[in-house]
Design a binder for this molecule. Structure first.
Ligand code: GAL
Length: 637
């Protein structure tokens, strides 16, 4: 074993001191600023194409360039699909004389600029750039990669000695990032994590001497056996190298740790997008699991997005014979403000699939500049209603039938946070048709697995401001109070493709349970304080600090605060404080379970960053104290 987890942990401590991110003694102390990532080019969710779902490691330069050409020729590029990303399979080896990575020129012939050893992707990125597109590359945070770990018979595995086959960033972060972005001019990198997950000393191929051991930092099935600070520190090294190498800020950093290592809590502070689950497959149930894993609206913002994985439109349950399913998959990703990365061989794509991928109205929903991921307004086994507040005050609403029976659904103005008495108009984003206006409620019919998706216009229930739950893109759970990360039990356990029923399956790795929620408690209960129910608000644990970007656009913050009736710790006393640009504006009296909510109101005229701190008396939070910021809103008067 080369490196102990302890040594890597040491890196974390050093980084913590120099980077300042972990330096504050009191994590609840106001910082007076927005701390989630705004570096890089991800003010909107990235859009483009990736080779993995279409070709796996059987990727070639011709396939990638043809797909890029199809994106331009079909008009998809003009609609925003601009990143052309190579995934696993491009590498030949790491040259041991100087550690420089060598491209496999048999599949990327333009890289053979100086013989087999002196390769460069620059001719390739030049061609992509000349098409008006951007280019993405792929690596691993460990020494070895995913196909080496999980697909030993795949084509295009790295070749050579054990050391030459160590193609991941581990120990080479600065060198590789400089090469990929400085010399080769890539614009995007996805960094996978198999190298720190699958090469422990017990691995058969490690034991056989094929790979060197690396103490696994991630145990995908057990968060307790995962070294969270060490994983974060390695990804932070990449973020730092990207910033140094790209002074113009023209890059995107995609973290691919499948929701493990408690990325919920930190990926938004490190990268531009972060996977919330293991790999999507072209199956309906798997798509649902990936979709569910990203139901964390408060953790997505302009600059840092939840990534439920790349699109599988075109394959399996989402192919041209399953257009209802393909449309649902696409609409749901747009509602989630998910990256829209096509994973299909576009050289011969049937037109109906191109029409789905090219639906301008849904692309606009995904790319809306407010960056508000949809929040669940209604949730049952079969039907879900998701609402996304758009920058023009309209709502995008998706009514989703997960099940196999047709069903009728009542949509209410309340779901949309619109006034019940004023007319609401719905424009169908699939057909373009505008439905007759309704007030109060309307009935809709859904086919099995269908997603209806509308642009909704109406009179706001809160005419003089916005509820915080309507603007998750402006709320950053800087500290969400989760002490013991737990997998989200509402996400279905999947069969591992390689193990079938002889394996114990893939439990959800996304430790989102207990994280902050919009319009629900951290455990998805209705918000309720001393028996009073709140239809809107933020649910979070005590010992939390939420940052809110008010951007000097509002005059007043109001909320009704208290310990939620669903709390586990019924003894804790919690104090709620509101800060404006670091200064205390108002604070509650300490309050406990069973006490009536207190009203907080603060003048926030001219305030850029509001911070909402709920401090419990018991700092440990072992039995979590659940708190509610009921009706929390920013008002303009
Ligand atoms: C997985 C990753 C996939 C793909 C694959 C390549 O870990 O989640 O998206 O990149 O590795 O081997």
């Amino acid at each position: 074993m080369r490196v102990s987890a302890g040594l890597v942990g040491g890196v974390a401590i050093l980084l913590g001191c120099s980077g300042g991110a972990y330096a504050a003694d009191d994590p609840l102390a106001p910082t007076g600023r927005w701390t989630a990532v705004t570096t890089g080019q991800a003010a909107k969710p990235p859009m483009g194409w990736n080779s993995w779902n279409a070709f796996h490691t059987d990727v070639t330069e011709a396939k990638v360039l043809d797909s890029a050409k199809a994106i331009v020729d079909s008009g998809l590029a003009a609609k925003g699909y601009r990143y052309i990303n190579i995934d696993d399979g491009w590498w030949l080896k790491r040259r041991t004389s100087d550690g420089r990575m060598v491209v496999r020129t048999s599949i990327f012939p333009s890289a053979a600029v100086g013989g087999a050893e002196q390769t460069s992707f620059k001719p390739f990125t030049d061609r992509i750039h000349a098409m008006g597109l951007k280019a993405g590359i792929y690596s691993d945070i460990g020494a070895n990669n995913c196909s080496q770990a999980f697909a030993p018979n795949a084509p295009n595995l790295p070749e050579g000695t054990v050391a030459e086959r160590e193609v991941g960033l581990y120990g080479h972060t600065d060198q590789d990032i400089k090469l990929y972005f400085g010399d080769w001019a890539f614009d995007y990198i996805k960094v996978d994590a198999c190298g720190i997950r699958a090469f422990g000393p017990d691995n058969e191929r490690v034991k056989a001497g094929q790979y060197r051991a690396l103490a696994p930092l991630i145990d995908i099935k057990e968060i307790r056996r995962t070294d969270i600070p060490a994983v974060r520190a390695l990804y932070q090294q990449v973020a730092d190298a990207l910033r140094r190498t790209n002074p113009d800020g023209d890059y995107i950093f995609s973290i691919c740790a499948w929701g493990s290592a408690d990325v919920r809590a930190w990926a938004k502070d490190v990268g531009n997008l972060s996977r919330t689950s293991d790999d999507i497959t072209p199956s309906w149930t798997r798509m649902l699991a990936n979709f569910d894993s990203a139901n964390r609206a408060l953790y997505a913002h302009p600059g840092s997005w939840n990534d439920p994985d790349m699109l599988f439109v075109g394959h399996g349950d989402f192919d041209e014979h399953h257009l209802t399913e393909a449309k649902s998959h696409f609409a749901l990703w747009a509602m989630l403000s998910a990256p829209l990365l096509i994973g299909y061989d576009l050289r011969n794509a049937p037109q109906p699939l191109m029409d789905i991928l090219g639906n301008s109205d849904l692309i606009a929903v995904d790319q809306d500049p407010a960056g508000n991921q949809a929040v669940l307004a209604y949730d049952t086994d079969d039907v879900q209603i998701l609402v996304k507040t758009l920058s023009n005050g309209h709502k995008a609403v998706a009514i989703f039938n997960r099940g196999l029976a047709p069903t009728d659904v009542t949509l209410t103005a309340g779901h949309l946070k619109f006034a019940a008495t004023a007319p609401v108009t719905l424009k169908d984003l699939w057909t373009g048709a505008t439905l007759p206006a309704f007030s109060g409620e309307t009935k809709l019919h859904l086919d099995p697995r269908q997603t209806l998706v509308f642009d909704a216009a109406g009179a706001r229930a809160l005419p003089n401001g916005l509820y915080l739950a309507e603007m998750p893109g402006r709320v950053n759970p800087a500290v969400d109070g989760v002490v013991i990360p737990q997998p989200d039990p509402t996400i279905h356990r999947m069969i591992t493709p390689w193990g079938g029923t002889t394996d114990d399956g893939e439990p959800p790795a996304y430790t989102g349970w207990g994280g902050a929620q919009a319009d629900a408690t951290p455990y998805r209960q209705t918000l309720r304080v001393d028996g009073k129910t709140y239809g809107t608000g933020l649910g979070v644990l005590a010992n939390s600090r939420l940052e809110v970007r008010a951007d000097r656009q509002f005059r007043r913050f109001t909320a009704e605060v208290g310990v939620d009736d669903s709390t586990f710790d019924a003894d804790d006393a919690v104090t709620f404080s509101v800060y404006g640009d670091g200064k205390l504006l108002t604070t509650s009296k300490p309050t406990r379970f069973g006490q009536t909510a207190q009203t907080l109101s603060a003048n926030i005229s001219g305030v850029k960053t509001v911070e909402l701190v709920a401090r419990g008396a018991s700092a440990k939070n072992k039995a979590p104290t659940v708190v509610t910021w009921g009706n929390a809103a920013l008002l303009t008067d």
